[in-house]
Design a binder for this molecule. Sequence first.
Ligand SMILES: [Zn+2]
Ligand SMILES: [Zn+2]
Length: 268
Amino acid sequence: MQNYICITCGTQYPASEHAPAQCPICMDDRQYVNRNGQQWTTMAEMRPKYRNLFEEVDPGITAIRTNPGFAIGQQAHLIETANGNVLWDCISYLDDETVAEVRRRGGITMIAISHPHFYSAMIEWSRAFDAPIYLHADNQPWVMRPDAVVQYWEGEAHELLPGMTIVRCGGHFPGSSALHWAGGAGGKGALFTGDTIMVVSDRRYVSFMYSFPNYIPLNARAVRGIVAAVEPYAFDRIYSSWSGNIVAADAKAAVHRSAERYITHIKD
Ligand SMILES: [Zn+2]
Ligand SMILES: [Zn+2]
């Protein structure tokens, strides 16, 4: 029995004798099936070929990603706080070296994930650190490897730890969420956004899409909904979940100006 991992999106599946026939995450409009047909790997098969890189992007914030790049190049953030460490978003690869490196930074108290494109091998990570996983209940249909360690939260916001709140934004997925850390950016507040609010090449701006790989935009109502969801929270910096995608300062204004520009472009 093996826990197969889709090499295109990085999602790990429940243990099975044979690889699943399809990956529903890749079959969905927001993703794509591998151009060579559905392909699978396993953690054991990945071990000789991959390792995880750790990059301290700001004090107490470590980006973790797999090298060479795997699936859609997902990146997780380990956020260290006095009340415990949060792993925001997750990746598919995990090995003993990674576990030791994370433990050296205090381990993981809880895992929270923005949306299904980062569910990856979350159950393996959860078990390695004995950390519960928090997912928005509206995204439950896309949980491919269900497990009792997953806690589903409902509504618009959920306080994970003091000063650390998950905020439902919707848009990309109904339960797409961002993580607000009041203590981030030197106390001005930081937002971790996955690709619900995507930092773009011009890092004064962000974007909002139903599907990034397939260029399917959101409508104005959904974009306004995302802006309204994060409006009550103070934040100066945005970390989205791909390497280097950071709005370094004045990030709330960047969200406003980006939403206006976007809506202007999709208008009739
Ligand atoms: Zn897939
Ligand atoms: Zn996504």
